[in-house]
Ligand binder design. Structure first.
Ligand SMILES: NCc1[nH]cc(CCC(=O)O)c1CC(=O)O
Length: 309
């Protein structure tokens, strides 16, 4: 394909996804001078948005990315733009994670009320088992309700006297940060793997697109997300426990919980490679995998009483 052909970008059509894809499009054109086109793909995750249809019942974590990936695999598009958080930990055959754009703010935030304002037994709506487990670890009195849908829908569903939890990154993209009641601490409310990052895939054999994407890759973000994903993949794709992994400063914060037993563990793995350095990240990938095994071992060894958090 000649270098002047438009780069076709596959994306979901939600406002968050298309805004992210638009930013990638602008960055690619600025860096390469090439025209770009958006190819909109609706996913099963977008089509089934009712709160009574939990994500795990329609295919779990991958529901927002599979159909977008297929558009690249079958040649309708050259690259796919995803929230890194929505990717599964295994790599998709035929595709390569060719670029990550700079991570936005990774905090989770409360909308509706701060933690201190929430009365005893208040209702918090969130579909995320990770967010439920982290809130329950500091406020065992809270009750939880399901919450799904795009950001606008979620913001309209704040329970009376309660709150919802969201990624600050999503509110930043849509310029809705005025809704934030409290930014939750990164050390206690460890974000999801990849939270706040945009991941871009192309076909493994497409050198033309791979070279174009290399011009917008943000190396420190790539390193952080690769370390977080190594942690996640060590837990295994069958793991449905609430988990979190986030590279912050010189370490990887890890959270794993077992809601049935009301136990959770939080670890910090020290890292050696520097975000801006050229050292090999291999030792840190190994440390992240070891961290996953250690966290599971201490979760299994814990007495059920919630004493671990
Ligand atoms: N699964 C939905 C999803 N995927 C990525 C984000 C947030 C933006 C990001 O982390 O980049 C969200 C919404 C949320 O977590 O509230």
């Amino acid at each position: 394909m000649p270098d002047t052909a438009p780069l076709r970008i596959a994306t979901r059509s939600s406002q968050q996804a298309s805004t992210q894809a638009g930013a990638v499009a602008s960055a690619l054109t600025a860096a390469t001078g090439r025209p770009v086109e958006l190819v909109f793909v609706d996913t099963v995750g977008d089509r089934t948005q009712a709160d009574n249809v939990p994500l795990h019942s329609i295919g779990g974590q991958g529901v927002f990315v599979k159909e977008v990936q297929n558009a690249v695999l079958d040649g309708r598009a050259d690259l796919a733009v995803h929230s890194a958080k929505d990717l599964t930990s295994d790599t998709t055959p035929g595709l390569r994670l060719a670029a990550f754009t700079e991570r936005r703010d990774a905090h989770d935030v409360l909308v509706g009320a701060t933690l201190d304002e929430l009365p005893l037994g208040a209702l918090v709506a969130t579909g995320s088992v990770r967010r439920r487990a982290q809130l329950a670890a500091v406020r065992p009195d809270l009750e939880f309700a399901e919450l799904r849908g795009n950001i606008g829908t979620r913001l309209s569903k704040v329970p009376d006297g309660g709150a919802i939890v969201m990624a600050k990154a999503a509110l930043l993209i849509l310029e809705l940060t005025e809704h934030i009641a409290e930014e939750l601490s990164l050390s206690e409310f460890v974000p999801a793997v990849g939270q706040g990052c945009v991941a871009i895939e192309c076909r493994v054999d497409d050198d033309d697109t791979r070279r174009a994407l290399a011009t917008i890759d943000h190396a420190p973000t790539r390193r952080a997300v690769e370390i977080e994903r190594a942690f996640l993949s060590e837990l295994g794709s069958g793991c449905s426990l609430p988990v979190a992994g986030h590279v912050r400063g010189s370490g990887l914060d890890i959270f794993v919980a077992d809601p049935e037993r009301s136990t959770s563990v939080r670890h910090r793995v020290e890292l050696r490679s520097h975000p801006d350095g050229h050292e090999s990240v291999d030792a840190d990938l190994a440390a992240a995998r070891q961290g996953a095994r250690d966290a599971m071992a201490s979760l299994a060894g814990q007495v059920a009483s919630g004493d671990g958090a």
